[in-house]
Design a protein around this ligand. Structure first.
Ligand code: C2O
Ligand code: CU
Length: 536
């Protein structure tokens, strides 16, 4: 049934891509011409080892029994190199891209969505023009050719859409994939491989009674929903929706690799599970149902020096952990659940727990492990996995004077030090010297709404120096603090209400404009993102 407001809305939507761009142009940020000019052709001098044709398009995939679900997805194929380097998870629409350190990769990307998009390679060291900055977003039918060398350590990374104000919606509707980097070091350690090396992307979604994803009320994944600039806060269902746009969206059903009620069938032998929190805002407190401790061998930027053990793992949006688990410890026939345990979700959500049957901090199953095959493969987990450079805070140019980044909120807009995202805006404190090391301190104590944030810095991997939590927040913090894994190289880190966190960052790869932001995507889309500039 087409209501008159739908018709008007449709007419409005048809021009909204243009008007949004025009509006952006009016604020001096981008014009339609600029966006056209952003389309990037390949460089004929660049000779790739691996070349992939990738598109973003709408699709309908079976997720729940009955009607297929409309998704936005990456699709494509390898045109040079091993065809197996681009595969799809069992749900059929979430890709896994596998590359090797040292490889030269070309990704020829075409946008077949009805709105602008661009891809960010989360955690990778790539030139600024390859990093998926929203100012490089391309319109429908335009192409962006990515060319870069893989210089990161082996590990579990990911890639996802990154347009201004629409990252939350696009990732929600499916625009994300796992990116695995392999290298020779990884092979030497002797870790489970092939079918025993399993990527698991955890996401929460809400479905309507026709099996379609529900995001914010005024956005059914149609065309343009909220505006590119403001996130369209006044549109849609009034106060409740406005709060969700600010506080974050929580789905009421857990999908693993794009599927509900996920079952991982395993043999009695060791596995490497690569867990990625691909959710918009939800924090997970991961534990085995029989309370067997979890053994973490890697975090965002690859292997840890040595395995660490946790009773539970706290995983914020965009964080990854690689877990070693030897299922020979359970008899064939065992069903084991990976769960999320209760924590102070009210604290995490700034006093709200979300309008969902799965509130923040509640306990629920994530996936079932069915130990159903016998295997005699024995592997020992090495006590030492790799060596990492020492964390030397004295190397920082501001070792005694950390740069302070306060998470702020004013007029219902998130920001850092009182500034919301501006397409090209960089403050003085956000300018750093190439090849220098700095200490940054994120503080979550000043905004009128204190919520957890998942702070991510583009263009590098950093080290976590220290955390301090204010006394008033300690009791809630204790409900998930023991699950934080700050070891190793990180690109995303959970910052709880009342917390300060110091990071050591070295700006030694590429120069140019990069982003740092909260990876709770509704926060990001409503201002909690800024540029930083690496200058020679
Ligand atoms: Cu995965 Cu700018 O984000
Ligand atoms: Cu946030």
């Amino acid at each position: 049934m087409l209501r008159p407001e739908d018709a008007t809305r449709r007419a409005f939507l048809r021009v909204s891509t243009m008007s949004c761009l025009a509006a952006a142009g009016a604020s001096g940020l981008l014009t339609l011409r600029d966006v056209r000019a952003q389309s990037r052709a390949g460089n004929p001098q660049f000779v790739p080892d691996l070349e992939i044709q990738l598109s973003a398009r709408e699709d309908h995939v079976p997720i729940l029994p009955g009607t297929p679900t409309r998704v936005w997805r990456y699709d494509g194929k390898v045109v040079k190199g091993d065809p197996g380097n681009l595969a799809f998870l069992s749900s059929g629409y979430l890709p896994v891209l596998r590359v090797r350190r040292g490889q030269k990769v070309r990704i020829d990307f075409v946008n077949q969505l009805a709105e602008p998009t661009i891809i960010h390679w989360h955690g990778l060291y790539v030139p600024a023009a390859m990093d998926g900055h929203p100012r490089n977003a391309i319109s429908t039918d335009q192409r962006y050719v990515y060319e870069f060398e893989v210089v990161n350590r082996a590990g579990t990374y990911w890639f996802h859409a990154h347009p201004d104000g629409r990252t939350g919606a696009q990732i929600y509707f499916g625009m994300a994939g796992v990116l695995i980097i392999d290298d020779d070091e990884g092979a030497v350690v002797g870790l489970p491989e092939g079918p025993n090396d399993v990527p698991l992307i955890i996401q929460d979604r809400t479905f309507d009674d026709r099996n379609q994803f529900v995001y914010l009320d005024d956005d059914k994944g149609g065309m343009m929903g909220g505006g590119m600039m403001g996130g369209g806060m006044m549109g849609g269902g009034g106060m409740g929706q406005m709060m969700v746009r600010m506080m974050g969206f929580l789905g009421d059903q857990i999908l693993v690799n794009g599927k509900p009620d996920f079952v991982l069938s395993v043999a009695t032998r060791p596995y490497r599970l690569r867990l990625l929190n691909g959710s918009n805002t939800r924090i997970y407190k991961l534990a085995w149902s029989d309370r067997t401790p979890l053994t973490v061998i890697g975090t965002d930027g690859g292997l840890l020096e040595r395995p660490v053990t946790r009773q539970y793992i706290t995983l914020a949006p965009a964080e990854r952990v690689d877990v070693w688990v030897d299922f020979s410890g359970w008899p064939v026939g065992t069903n084991l659940m990976l769960q999320s345990l209760t924590f102070d979700g009210v604290l995490a959500m700034g006093g709200m727990i979300g309008n969902t049957s799965l509130p923040s901090g509640s306990s629920f199953p994530i996936l079932k492990v069915s130990v159903d095959q016998r295997s005699n493969t024995k592997m020992e987990l090495p006590a030492r996995l790799t060596s990492l450079p020492a964390v030397r805070s004295q190397d920082a140019v501001n070792a005694h004077n950390p740069k302070v980044f306060n998470i702020t909120m004013g007029m219902m807009v998130w920001g850092v030090n009182g500034r919301r995202f501006e397409m090209n805006g960089v403050a003085k404190t956000e300018t750093v010297r190439h090849n220098s090391t700095e200490i940054w301190e994120f503080r979550n104590e000043e905004s009128m709404m204190l919520m957890a944030h998942s702070m991510h810095v583009h263009g590098l991997q950093f080290r976590v120096l220290e955390r301090t939590i204010q006394p008033d927040f300690r009791s809630g913090y204790r409900t998930l603090a023991a699950g934080l894994v700050d070891d190793g190289w990180k690109d995303t880190v959970l910052l709880m209400p009342g917390e300060r966190i110091r990071l050591l960052l070295r700006f030694a790869s590429y120069t140019g404009l990069f982003l740092y932001h909260c990876h709770m995507l509704e926060h990001e889309d409503s201002g909690l993102m800024r540029n930083y500039l690496i200058q020679t």
